[in-house]
Design a protein around this ligand. Structure first.
Ligand code: SF4
Ligand code: SF4
Length: 456
């Protein structure tokens, strides 16, 4: 049996040969229910990627990550720098969610939602199939000479156009469609830096998907390398049923169900042999399940010799998601989700920050009245403009003066104003008197701010 089992996989990735040279992977196009499902999910995600930055809600971007101008919109809601703690919480929740998901369901993310897989398998690989035909029909590799130079050039021309398109889609996420159109419509000399950046990004994007390809997953992806610590015997992954398949034997009537046809390898985008067990190069794309099922159909054996299952499931036939790790991660996730929900629930649409004007203590206006000068920063996180007034809540013997009697706050905007509080000597309680200030929109109290009024 050793003759038909390849042990090289323990020494190096399958896309590198014994001399250290890269082996080009010409994966065969899969056919089957998992491929159809994956295409459906993948294309929905790609459509979201292209359409989301174009959408607007009440005139505001649905998605925008404008790092340069520190303007972020998520699902139509503006995220201010003051809300970064919510983003940090959200990131922590997503990380724990991915870890938990990986512990239970393995690398579902890699095969079904990772942008690298979506672009390579659903976009660039399909262009390759279009111009070069189906990479490997069975075990037969397409020779270079079988592909005309014209077809190769045409394929790379389409690669370049697609790379420029997706680079512009990415730019839209960061600068918005209006700005992108402005740059594209204007003369290059006016936007030279932006133009050069677009060319450089497109070239990088083209290089990744035309040449570097699956090496991103097999050599660089940190998530792939975490699998060794995240997965255990109960984790669901794509697994070969060695109990049913071994001893593999090309004769259908002898040995196990695996006939060593190597179709599962031919279809694999990272070129690995899933029969060697769980490997970090496996992106869980499920192509080998589909391909092996086609073989099983032909030789009239039960489906799912390769399937979604756990090592424990193959060994004992019993599957269990519950173990100390999945319970612990679930506990952490629940706590994070509760904190996140509580924090988002308490998020107000108005933020007010008040501080004493630099270098001032108090001013005596007449024998009975003192004043303090403040700076106030108003922040409107809502999509509607607001007209606000400020009133002293529990100091009737005083008044607030602010430039104009009303503060008009633009939607998703900030405003900084100087503010003066005047209090009668009779209401001062010492060197510091606590003042409560109400922020009203019409008669509705929106926010209460507390500050100390300095006196003699
Ligand atoms: S496709 Fe199935 S039968 Fe063929 S080698 Fe792979 S596991 Fe064995
Ligand atoms: S072994 Fe199977 S699931 Fe893993 S990458 Fe290859 S084809 Fe996809």
């Amino acid at each position: 049996m050793d003759k038909i089992i390849d042990h090289d996989f323990r020494d190096r990735p399958d896309n590198i040969d014994s001399s250290g040279q890269r082996k080009w992977i010409n994966a065969k196009q899969p056919k089957g229910k998992w491929y159809r499902r994956r295409n459906m999910v993948g294309y929905i995600l790609l459509v979201f990627l292209v359409v989301a930055p174009l959408l607007k809600i009440s005139g505001h971007p649905f998605m925008l990550l404008d790092v340069l101008n520190r303007k972020f919109f998520l699902f139509g809601q503006m995220i201010f720098t003051e809300d970064t703690y919510i983003l940090a919480l959200l990131m922590a929740t997503i990380v724990v969610c991915i870890v938990l998901f990986t512990v239970v369901f393995g690398r579902l993310w890699c095969g079904w939602a990772c942008p690298q897989t979506l672009f390579l398998e659903l976009v660039y690989r399909k262009i390759e199939f279009l111009f070069e035909g189906n990479g490997r029909k069975g075990n037969k590799k397409l020779k270079k000479s079988e592909i005309s130079q014209v077809r190769m050039l045409a394929k790379h021309a389409v690669y370049i156009v697609v790379s420029i398109f997706f680079t512009n889609v990415f730019l839209m996420w960061f600068i918005g469609p209006d700005q992108l159109m402005k740059i594209m419509g204007g003369p290059i000399s006016e936007n030279l830096a932006g133009f050069l950046m677009m060319i450089a990004l497109s070239a990088f994007y083209y290089w990744v998907y035309a040449y570097f390809r699956e090496q991103i997953c097999t050599l660089f992806c940190p998530y792939g390398r975490m699998q060794g610590v995240l997965l255990d015997n109960n984790s669901i992954s794509i697994i070969y049923d060695y109990k049913r398949g071994e001893p593999r034997n090309p004769k259908i009537t002898e040995g196990g169900d695996c006939i060593n046809c190597r179709q599962c390898i031919a279809v694999c985008p990272t070129g690995i042999d899933i029969r060697n067990g769980s490997q970090l190069e496996c992106i869980h794309c499920a192509a080998c399940i589909d391909e092996c099922n086609l073989v099983m159909k032909k030789i009239n054996k039960p489906y799912n010799l390769i399937r979604y299952d756990s090592f424990q499931g193959i060994e004992s036939g019993k599957r269990s998601f519950l173990n100390a790790r999945s319970i612990a991660y679930t506990g952490v996730l629940v706590v994070l989700v509760v904190i996140l929900g509580f924090t988002v629930g308490r998020r107000t649409t108005i933020d007010v920050t008040l501080w004493r004007a630099q270098g001032t203590l108090y001013q005596q206006l007449d024998s009975e009245t003192y004043s303090n000068i403040y700076q106030v920063m108003f922040l409107n996180k809502g999509n509607e403009p607001l007209e606000l007034t400020l009133r002293l809540l529990d100091s009737p013997a005083g008044e607030i003066t602010i430039a104009g009697d009303q503060v008009v706050l633009p939607a998703n905007g900030k405003l900084k104003e100087a503010m003066i509080i005047k209090l009668k000597k009779s209401v001062l309680t010492g060197k510091e008197t606590e003042c409560k200030i109400g922020l009203f929109s019409g008669d509705q109290l929106k926010e209460t701010i507390t500050t100390n009024f300095l006196g003699p």
